[in-house]
Design a binder for this molecule. Structure first.
Ligand code: CAA
Length: 383
């Protein structure tokens, strides 16, 4: 068992770290304030191969492994978590689903430009009345000959306003519940697709999150992913990937907050000494740093399990659960160490605490992760 990163992985990590410093560090805070999507930087991430990190080179990707994907998302999110989620969704919820379930024709048409970063992807599962209970979706896909007609609305769609390609889930046979759903790949410009209101979010404010409506959207059967009515399993398997990305994002935010807390704690003097010389604050740093390391290891483990093949649901859910709660814990303490200054926009910790919070919500709340982990743990238990 090797817990050290290989030289190759260290190089990828360094490449992402350098990119984040040179391209994102100077704009992250301003973009957050002005809700500006880092469009230019995302294009450059595509040039580096980071929009399709674990996609084969033959399909426009960088041909790297899941650990490389984790390392890149962590480094980008350390500096700009909003760009981190755009990257994560494009890689794990869009490129991966096309890689795993797309036909050759779908791969050539949709995967190649998404993996190259020429087109941006969005994943349309959630609806106003269907969040944690994803199988109760009201969006319908009615088969008419060799086409489907899609009607309905999706919300909380990451990358939505800037997306070119969408993965859309819709109910074809509601009598079958979760087993009545289809998955599709769509061009955002398809007639009847309308990009709606952008959300005014608490955190990751420079990421795009919006509603999307579908009115009599006619798409050929050739744009269905996988077998007829296999959409829910596709959605769940894809979220297994996505949750590793969100875990990596959370680790990045937590590490950034820990670094800032240490820096500030050494600089800030009270009672004639740096505040970090107080035992109470040392204990805080100790808990923060231990949790960050544990979250990172769980995230690497999930990537490792994915590389091995087979089902990794429990590992990605556990990594996401622990890393997101760690990000909330660490950013909270980092702000406390900053005192009043941390509560202003003059220091980045207030952004980190806002950004961390959503990692416990999207791609399945912490409560859903606990349900998933429990179900898998009980299933695997041997009497
Ligand atoms: N892999 C393979 N199969 C899976 C699976 C997985 N990970 N998860 C479920 N399945 C299968 C089950 O085995 C079951 O099949 P059988 O009936 O043949 O056994 C079938 O799918 C139905 O599963 P469940 O009975 O467990 O389904 P459920 O309706 O009870 O829901 C749930 C399960 C875990 C709660 C699921 O609805 C869920 O994950 N909800 C959260 C949704 C979510 O994460 N949304 C995030 C939106 S995307 C987003 O946020 C992206 C973004 O923009 C950042």
């Amino acid at each position: 068992m090797h817990l050290e990163l290989s030289e190759h992985h260290q190089q990828i990590q360094q490449l992402a770290r350098d990119f984040a410093q040179t391209e994102l560090a100077s704009v992250a805070s301003k973009n957050d304030e002005t809700h500006t999507f880092a469009k230019e930087q995302i294009k450059k991430l595509g040039e580096l191969g980071f929009m399709g990190i674990a996609i084969d080179e033959a399909y426009g990707g960088a041909g790297q492994d899941p650990l490389s994907y984790v390392l890149v998302i962590e480094e980008i999110s350390k500096v700009c978590a909003a760009t981190g989620v755009a990257l994560s969704v494009n890689n794990s919820l869009v490129a991966e689903v096309l890689k795993n379930f797309g036909t050759e024709e779908q791969k050539q048409k949709f995967l190649v430009p998404v993996a190259q970063g020429e087109k941006l992807g969005a994943y349309c599962l959630t609806e106003p009345m269907s969040g944690s209970d994803a199988a109760t979706m009201a969006t319908t896909a009615v088969r008419q000959g060799d086409h489907y007609i899609i009607n309905g609305a999706k919300n909380w769609i990451t990358n939505g306003s800037y997306s070119d390609v969408m993965i859309v889930f819709a109910m074809t046979d509601s009598s079958k519940g979760a087993k009545g759903i289809n998955a599709f790949v769509l061009d955002t410009k398809t007639p009847g697709v309308e990009i709606g209101k952008a959300e005014n979010k608490t955190g990751i404010r420079s990421s795009s999150t919006c509603t999307i409506s579908f009115t009599d959207v006619k798409i050929p059967v050739t744009q269905r992913l996988g077998d007829e009515l296999s959409g829910f399993i596709i959605a769940m398997k894809t979220l297994d990937n996505g949750r590793i990305g969100i875990a990596a994002q959370a680790v990045g935010i937590a590490q950034a907050a820990l670094d800032e807390a240490i820096k500030y704690g050494f600089e800030r003097k009270q009672f004639g000494k740096p505040i970090l010389e107080n035992q109470g604050l040392k204990w805080m740093i100790s808990d923060m740093s231990t949790r960050v390391e544990a979250a990172r290891l769980l995230t690497y483990q999930a990537a490792f399990k994915k590389t091995q093949g087979g089902r990794f649901t429990r590992y990605s859910a556990a990594a996401k659960l622990f890393a997101s709660e760690t990000a909330t814990f660490v950013t909270h303490h980092a702000l406390q160490i900053h005192g009043g200054y941390g509560y202003t926009r003059d220091y980045p910790v207030e952004r980190y605490i806002r950004d961390a919070r959503v990692t416990e919500i999207y791609e399945g709340t912490s409560e859903i992760q606990r349900l998933v982990i429990a179900a898998q743990t009980l299933k695997e238990f041997e009497f």
